[in-house]
Design a protein around this ligand. Structure first.
Ligand SMILES: Nc1ncnc2c1ncn2[C@@H]1O[C@H](COP(=O)(O)OP(=O)(O)O)[C@@H](O)[C@H]1O
Ligand SMILES: [Mg+2]
Length: 248
C-alpha cells in the first residue's frame, strides 16, 4: 500500500501559520491536485512531506509508515517548478538520472536503465550526454521527472512543474503526467496555482486557502458544483468554464 496521508498537519514559521490543520490523502495510483493562490501554503505542505518544513503538529505517512527524510530508497520524490535549479548544471543528463537510481547493477545495466527512463519521458536517449543548459525548459522538466522516477518512488509530489514553462509546452508535460499515471499507476500530488492545469491531470482536487483546505472532492464534482466561494473564484479565472450556479 502506498497511500500518502497528511493528518491534521500544521506548519508554523514564527507567527505565520503556513499550513493549518490540513488532512489530505493521495490514494494509491491516483493524481490528486492541490490548488490555491500564491502564499496559500501548498509548497510548505509538500516540503513538510519530505522533511524540508517542520511539522508543528500532525503526521504524514506513506503506506501507514512515517516517511524517511534521509537515506535510500526515497519512496517520495519531489519535482519543482524550476528544473534548472534542481538539476546540477555541470552534470550530464545521464549522470543526473543515474545518480538518482538505486545502487547496484552493471554499468551496462545502469546505462540501459537511464535510456529506458529517458524514453519513458519522451526524450531521445542521446540527451544523456547533454548538460541541462543545452535543453529547453520543457526538456529539462522531463529530465527532472525521469530523475524522480529513477528512484522508483511510490509517490511523486510535483510542485508547480509547468508554471515556468511556455504555454505551448505546458500541455505536452501535462500529457506526460497523465500517461505516467495511466501506464505506471503512478500516484502524485500535483500542485499548481492554476485550476485549469490541475483539472487536466487530477482525479481529485483539494483547494487550499490561507493554509487551510477549504474544499476537496472528485474533480468533476469540484468543477461543476464547487462548494466554496473561493473555488468559484478560481473557476471563474479558468477560460471557457462556467459553474452550474453561473450557468444561464
Ligand atoms: N521558510 C519559511 N520561513 C518563513 N515563512 C515561510 C517559509 N516558507 C513559507 N513561508 C510562508 O508560508 C506561507 C505559505 O507559503 P508557501 O507554502 O510557499 O505557499 P504557496 O506554495 O501556496 O505559494 C507564506 O506566507 C510564506 O511567506
Ligand atoms: Mg509554492
Amino acid at each position: 500500500m502506498s497511500e500518502l496521508r497528511f493528518e491534521n498537519v500544521t506548519v508554523r514559521y514564527g507567527r505565520t501559520t503556513a499550513v493549518d490543520e490540513v488532512s489530505l490523502t493521495v490514494p494509491e495510483g491516483a493524481v490528486v491536485g492541490l490548488v490555491g493562490e500564491s502564499g496559500s501554503g501548498k509548497s510548505t505542505l509538500a516540503r513538510a512531506a519530505v522533511g524540508l518544513a517542520p511539522l508543528t503538529t500532525g503526521r504524514i505517512t506513506l503506506g501507514g509508515d512515517p516517511i524517511p527524510a534521509r537515506g535510500r530508497p526515497r519512496p517520495l520524490q519531489m519535482v519543482f517548478q524550476d528544473p534548472y535549479s534542481s538539476l546540477d548544471p555541470r552534470m550530464t543528463v545521464g549522470r543526473s538520472v543515474a545518480e538518482a537510481m538505486p545502487p547496484g547493477g552493471s554499468r551496462a545495466d545502469r546505462r540501459a536503465e537511464v535510456e529506458r527512463l529517458l524514453e519513458l519521458v519522451h526524450l531521445n536517449p542521446s540527451c544523456a550526454g547533454a548538460v541541462p543548459s543545452r535543453l529547453s525548459g520543457g526538456q529539462r522538466q522531463r529530465v527532472a521527472l525521469a530523475r524522480a522516477l529513477a528512484a522508483r518512488p511510490r509517490v511523486i509530489i510535483a510542485d508547480e512543474i509547468t508554471s515556468a514553462l511556455d504555454v505551448s509546452v505546458q500541455g505536452a508535460v501535462l500529457n506526460l503526467v497523465r500517461e505516467l499515471q495511466r501506464e505506471l499507476g503512478l500516484a502524485m500530488l500535483f500542485i499548481s496555482h492554476d485550476l485549469a492545469v490541475v483539472r487536466y491531470v487530477a482525479s481529485q482536487i483539494a483547494v487550499m486557502r490561507h493554509g487551510r483546505l477549504v474544499e476537496q472532492g472528485p474533480t468533476t464534482r469540484v468543477l461543476t458544483e464547487p462548494e466554496h466561494d473561493f473555488t468559484r473564484e478560481l473557476l471563474a479565472a479558468v477560460p471557457g468554464r462556467t459553474t452550474r450556479r453561473n450557468r444561464p
